[in-house]
Design a protein. Sequence first.
Length: 354
Amino acid sequence: MKFSSDLLAFPPQRGTASQQGIWRVGGGQPLLVVVPWVSLLALLAGWLLAPAALERLMYLPLLVSTVLFGIPHGALDHLVPGRLGWAWSRRPGRVWLYVLGYALLAAATLRLWSLVPDVVFWGFLLVSLLHWGQGDLHYLETVQGRRRSGPWSAPLTLLARGSLPILLPLLVFPEWYARLAAGVHHVFGLPTVAGPLLTGTQTGVLAAGLALLLLAYAADTLVSSPGALLELGETALLLAVFVVVPAPLSIGLYFSLWHAWRHLGRLLLLPVGPDASPDQKTGTARVLWLVLDLLPITLVALGLLAALYFWAAPRVQNTETFAALYLALIAALTLPHALLVALMDLPASKPAGT
C-alpha cells in the first residue's frame, strides 16, 4: 500500500475549491473512503465464507475499540470548541465549566444504569441512532456532495442511515440485544428480566416503519445526491452487513472502522490553533499531533473502564459481561459527545470554508 505525499488532498466540500484531508491510497481514493468500505466488505465476505471462525471473534472489534478508534474518536472533545473558535472557548473559566458539565453528564448517565437500566438502554440506542446518522449525513454532504433538496432531505438521511446499524440488527438479531441488556443488569447487580425486548406487534410495526423510511430515503437520494448510485450502493452494503452478520460483530466493526474512523478524519480538518508550529499544520505530522492530542483523554477513559471493571469484577464472568460493562461506559460518554457533535454541525458553529 502506497501513501501519497499529499496528506491534505481531499474531496471538495460543499462547493469549496479544496479542503484538507487524509492519506490517499496509491494516489487514488482517500483512506477516509476506502477503509470503511473495505472493512465491511471483508466482514461480510468473511462471515459468508467462514462463519464458524468469525463466531469465535464476536466481541473482538468492540473490545479493540477501547484503544483503537472507538474511545479515541471522542477524546478531542475538550479541545474542539477552541479549535472551532467558539467565543466562550477563549475564556478559561468557561472552558472549565464546559469540561465539568461534560464530565457530570457522563457520570449521571453512568449512575442511571444502576437506577433505571432499561430507560438508559433504550435511550442509548436512540442517541446512538441519531449520532451515527448525523455522522453519515455530514460525511455524505461534505465528501460525496449530497444536497438538501427539501426540508425533509437531511432528517430522512440522518434517520435512515442511523437506523441501519441500530434498528436493523435489533430486528434481525433481537436475541443479541436481549443478551446485552441482560448483561448490563447483571454487571450492575440488578435482577434480569427474561424474555424478548420487543413483542411481536412492536417488531412488526418497527419493521414496517423502517422499510418505509428506507424507501423514502432511497427516493430522496435519487434527487439529492449527485452520486446517487454510489450512495445507494454504500447503503446496500450496510443493509447486507447488518442483515447477515450478528449484531456484536457487525456493530463493533462499524463503530470502529466506519463511524469513529470518519469522525477522526473530520477532526483532522479542524484548525490546530495559532500557536501550532508549521509542522503541526501540514503533512503526516498533523496525524501524529492528533494522536498525541487524543492520548490523554483516551487514557482517562481507559482508567474509568478499569475502575468499573474492578468494581464489578465479581459479576464480570466472561467476554459478554465485560462487553456489557464497556457498553455502560460507552453510553455515558456518548451522550455529551453526541451533543457536542450536534453543536458542531450548527451553521453558526462552523469555521469559514467548512
